[in-house]
Structures are given as C-alpha cells and as structure tokens.
Ligand binder design. Sequence first.
Ligand SMILES: NC(=O)c1ccc[n+]([C@@H]2O[C@H](COP(=O)([O-])OP(=O)(O)OC[C@H]3O[C@@H](n4cnc5c(N)ncnc54)[C@H](OP(=O)(O)O)[C@@H]3O)[C@@H](O)[C@H]2O)c1
Length: 291
Amino acid sequence: MFLVTGATGGLGRRIVQLLRERDMSVRSFVRLTSRYSELEQRGSQIFIGDLQQDKDLQKACQGVQYIISAHGSGGNAQGLDYRANIELIDQAKAAGVQHFVFISVLGVDRGYEDAPVFKAKREVEKYLQASGLNYTILRPSGFASNLLPLAERFRQTGVYLLIGDPKSRTSIVSTDDLAKIAIDSVNIEEAKNQIFSVGGSDILQRQDIPRIFGRIFNKEPIVINPPLLVFDGVRSALGLFNPNAQNALGTLRTLLDNEFFCTRDQVERLESTFKITMESLESYLRRYFGS
Ligand SMILES: NC(=O)c1ccc[n+]([C@@H]2O[C@H](COP(=O)([O-])OP(=O)(O)OC[C@H]3O[C@@H](n4cnc5c(N)ncnc54)[C@H](OP(=O)(O)O)[C@@H]3O)[C@@H](O)[C@H]2O)c1
C-alpha cells in the first residue's frame, strides 16, 4: 500500500493514476473540499484528512508500506512544507513504513534566505536523512504540467508573460516522468537513501518557452517581459496590507530571480538509475495538445 499526500495536486494525481494503471494499492490523502472523485474511480482508497492534524497523519499511515509526500503548501510553508512533513516522517517510522519518498525542489541546498518553501524543504530533507527510514529525495525543477494552462491561454491570445531575465536557464521536467521516478524509487536499490536532481532532457532559456508554444500552435509569440523590479514593487505594496503574503511571495521571487536546471550528468544519472529517457518540454506539450 502506497500513501500519497497531495494526491489531488498536479504531481500527486499522476502518481495515483500510474499506481492504479500498474494495479497497485494506493491510499490518497485528500481534504473533504478537494476534487477527488477521479482518484476514487481509478480504484484508489480515499483518506479524508487535513495534513495539519497529527491524528489524521497517524491514522493515514496505518498499514502502509510506502509513502510519497507530494503535497504543496499554498503559502503555508511552516505548517505544510515543514511541520506536516516532519510529523509524517515520525508517523511513518512509528508505523514501520519501508520507504519514504520526499518531493523537494531543485536548488534547495543553495541557502536562499527569502524563500520559506526552500528552507522548509531543506530542513525536512535533513530530518528524513537522520530518521533511520529508507528514503529517496527528489529535487525537481519546474513541472511541465504547470505550463499547460499558460499554453492554453497562449493558444487563444498568442500572449506570454515572462517576468525577469529571459535568458535565465531552466530544465522543465515532465510531470509524468517525475511520477514514474517517484514510484520506482521504492524498489530500485540504487535509489535507496539517495538524492536526485530531476529535470527534463533540455536546458532551456525561459525565452524558449513562448517559442515552443509558437511552434506548437503556429503563432508568433507576443512576449510581455516586465523586469523583476515590477514584481518587487507589487510585493512591497502587498506587504503594507498583508505581511504574510509578502513573505510567502519570497519563494516565487527566488524562482523568478535564479536559474534552475539540471546538468547533463545529473540527467544521465537519473536516466541510468531509473531506466528512463527524460522527455523534452516540447514533446510533453505536443503529447498533451495532440499536435
Ligand atoms: N509545481 C512545480 O513546478 C514544483 C517544482 C518543484 C517542486 N515542487 C513540489 O512538488 C510537490 C507537488 O507540487 P504540485 O505542483 O503537484 O502541488 P499542487 O498542485 O500545488 O498541489 C498541492 C496539493 O497539496 C494538497 N494540500 C494542500 N494543503 C493541504 C492540507 N492541509 N491537507 C491535505 N492536503 C493539502 C492540495 O489539496 P487540495 O486539492 O485540497 O487543495 C493538493 O493536492 C510539492 O511539494 C511542491 O513543492 C513543485
């Protein structure tokens, strides 16, 4: 039995789907307010709970062999990225879980002070490594699935909003490849107690993304490219009314202001360990848009 947190999220949904396609047992941790009927129809157990309630975590871990922690935090890094994962690790240990897969983030070890999600994930990585549990830590770059709504908007308008440096590098990862890697982590010996950077096959510049959209939809991109200063201005103004939101936006600012890509060596290590060929962003988008 796998327990998947964030099962209704962009990644979690794909993990549950793939587990069920392989006829494996999975328990999806969801909130009552989540849209989980699709997971249920695929044959997943549904566990209704709140990741901020320790009792729910304890109950969800009963009878589970593997955990994949794939939840996001929606601005509550302290409560969800940090606290819920620490509790989940403790409960996993108490329940005798065999392997814990943690979805972290690329660049987590660079010490970004203004990025609460990065700080929380780094602390969880350290806690997991010291826990005595078997683990795999995956540090992905940005998910290709996040670009699907932007591509859809581009298809209709031809417009792409690119904040910050267009030449900054990224290696967007296929969310389907990441789901497969997360699942396979629990039974590939070379993945045990390891950390992997996870990126797609190409190192792209951010300005390549609207160009790829343009090729797929046969449309000349109109790129709106405000400097990061505009983002900073909006963030400061927001801070006057809502300091918490200002802090939470530090993670987004860090993402906009830095490069997040995997080296060729890191991708090769991934491909040889998991016997996978990482997909390019263009191939991923063409697959989803059927073009
Ligand atoms: N997206 C990226 O580009 C990216 C890049 C690197 C790393 N990551 C990491 O990868 C993981 C998955 O990201 P994602 O983009 O797939 O996440 P996502 O789409 O933002 O999904 C967040 C999930 O967490 C659940 N959740 C939030 N608060 C909860 C609570 N209190 N109790 C129970 N469930 C709760 C949400 O449930 P509801 O349906 O109820 O809202 C949802 O299923 C995250 O850890 C993220 O930090 C993401």
